[in-house]
Design a protein around this ligand. Structure first.
Ligand SMILES: [Zn+2]
Length: 357
C-alpha cells in the first residue's frame, strides 16, 4: 500500500524540472545581448543623424539646382536700338499705354531725350516785320527735353533769364522741374513726343503720338500727355519728322490745343512740317523754331548758333531758339549773356506766337 500510495505521490511530483542555472544564465545573456544590440542600434542611428546635422548642407545645391532657369532667360537680350545721338541718359519711367506697333520692341530703359535734327536748316516761314527803330528784336529760348535731370534744369534756371522750359511727359523729374520754373515765374510747355521718320529705330519715348494711331487713340494719348504737365501754356514737338507731315493727325492734335487755349511752337524737325497749315486752319497761336542751338555739342558751334539766332531776330524782329539740357549749352549761354542782352530782348516763347492769317 505504501508502495501504491507512494506511486501516485511520486506521480504527483511536479514534472517541471527546475530551471537549470546554466539555462537561465543563457537566457539572461541573450536578453542582455538584445538590449545591447538595441542600444547600439539607437546609438548608431542617433550618431548618423547627428553627423548629418553637423555636416555642411552639401545636399542643398541639389535642391537649388532643380529649378533650372528657362532657356529663354539665358538667351541674350536683343541689342538695344542704336542711339541717335550718343550721350549718357538718365533713368526710366512708368511706361505710357503701349501704342500699336507692328512687332514687340524692347521698352527703352530710358526714353530718348534727343531730337532727330533735320539735315538742312530751314528758313523761317512766317516772317514778322523787322523791329521799328527804337524797338529791340525779341528772342525766345526754349530748352527742350526736360524732366530727366533736375539738377541741370535748375542750373539753367539759375541763369535767371526768361527761358521757356519744355517738359517731356512721363519723365521722372517733371514735377520738380515744373515747380522750380514756376517758383521763378517762368512758363513751361509740354514737349510732345511725336513719331520721327526713323521710328521705330528711333523711339520718341513715353507718350508718343504715332501715325498708326486711330483718331481716338491719338486724342486719348494727347490728353494723357497734356494731363502730365497741366501747367503747360503751350506745346512743341519732340522729334515728329513723320507725324508733322500728316495733315489729318495734325488737325486732330491742333483741335485739342485750340480747345485748351494752348499755343504751338513747331520745332521743325522736317522742312515738310504742316504745323503752320494746321495752326492757320484751327486758329492756334503759332511760332516756329528758327535755330537749334546745340545739335553739335561743341562750344564754338553753340556760339555760332546763338549768334545766328540773334542775327535772325535783328533781321525779322523776333526769333525762336531751341536748346537742350547739355552742359555746353548752359556754359555758352552764361558766357554770352552780356552780348545777348545787348543785342536783343529775351522773352518767353508765349510772347512770340501769332495767329496766322
Ligand atoms: Zn525733344
Amino acid at each position: 500500500m505504501p508502495a501504491k500510495r507512494s506511486a501516485p505521490q511520486r506521480r504527483k511530483k511536479p514534472t517541471v524540472r527546475p530551471r537549470s542555472p546554466r539555462r537561465s544564465k543563457k537566457a539572461s545573456n541573450g536578453g542582455r545581448i538584445l538590449l545591447a544590440l538595441g542600444i547600439l542600434l539607437v546609438l548608431v542611428v542617433a550618431g548618423a543623424v547627428t553627423v548629418r546635422l553637423m555636416l555642411p548642407p552639401r545636399t542643398a545645391p541639389v535642391a537649388v539646382k532643380v529649378p533650372q532657369p528657362p532657356a529663354s532667360r539665358v538667351v541674350p537680350v536683343p541689342p538695344p536700338p542704336p542711339p541717335v545721338v550718343s550721350q549718357p541718359r538718365p533713368e526710366p519711367v512708368a511706361p505710357p499705354p503701349a501704342p500699336e506697333t507692328p512687332e514687340p520692341r524692347p521698352e527703352p530703359a530710358v526714353p530718348p531725350t534727343y531730337e532727330v535734327f533735320p539735315a538742312v536748316e530751314t528758313p523761317p516761314a512766317p516772317v514778322p516785320s523787322p523791329p521799328s527803330p527804337g524797338e529791340r528784336p525779341r528772342v525766345a529760348i526754349v530748352i527742350d527735353d526736360l524732366g530727366y535731370d533736375a539738377r541741370l534744369a535748375e542750373a539753367f534756371l539759375d541763369l535767371d533769364i526768361p527761358l521757356t522750359l519744355a517738359i517731356l511727359p512721363f519723365s521722372p523729374h517733371q514735377r520738380e522741374v515744373v515747380a522750380a520754373a514756376r517758383r521763378r515765374g517762368l512758363s513751361v510747355m509740354l514737349h510732345l513726343p511725336m513719331e520721327p521718320e526713323e521710328y521705330p529705330r528711333v523711339d520718341p519715348g513715353p507718350g508718343a503720338l504715332l501715325s498708326s494711331m486711330s483718331p481716338d487713340e491719338l486724342i486719348t494719348q494727347l490728353r494723357m500727355d497734356l494731363a502730365e504737365v497741366p501747367e503747360a501754356v503751350g506745346v512743341n514737338n519732340h522729334m515728329g519728322s513723320r507725324l508733322t507731315r500728316e495733315s489729318d493727325q495734325l488737325n486732330q492734335i491742333f483741335s485739342v490745343l485750340k480747345e485748351r487755349g494752348l499755343f504751338f511752337i513747331d520745332s521743325r524737325t522736317t522742312s515738310h512740317s504742316l504745323g503752320a497749315q494746321s495752326a492757320r486752319l484751327l486758329k492756334v497761336p503759332f511760332a516756329q523754331r528758327d535755330v537749334f542751338l546745340d545739335h553739335s555739342q561743341n562750344p564754338d558751334f553753340v556760339r555760332r548758333q546763338i549768334r545766328e539766332l540773334l542775327r535772325r531776330a535783328e533781321l525779322t524782329g523776333q526769333a525762336v531758339g531751341i536748346g537742350h539740357p547739355h552742359r555746353v549749352t548752359l556754359d555758352v549761354l552764361r558766357e554770352m549773356l552780356p552780348e545777348i542782352r545787348q543785342r536783343v530782348e529775351l522773352v518767353p516763347a508765349a510772347a512770340l506766337v501769332h495767329r496766322l492769317s
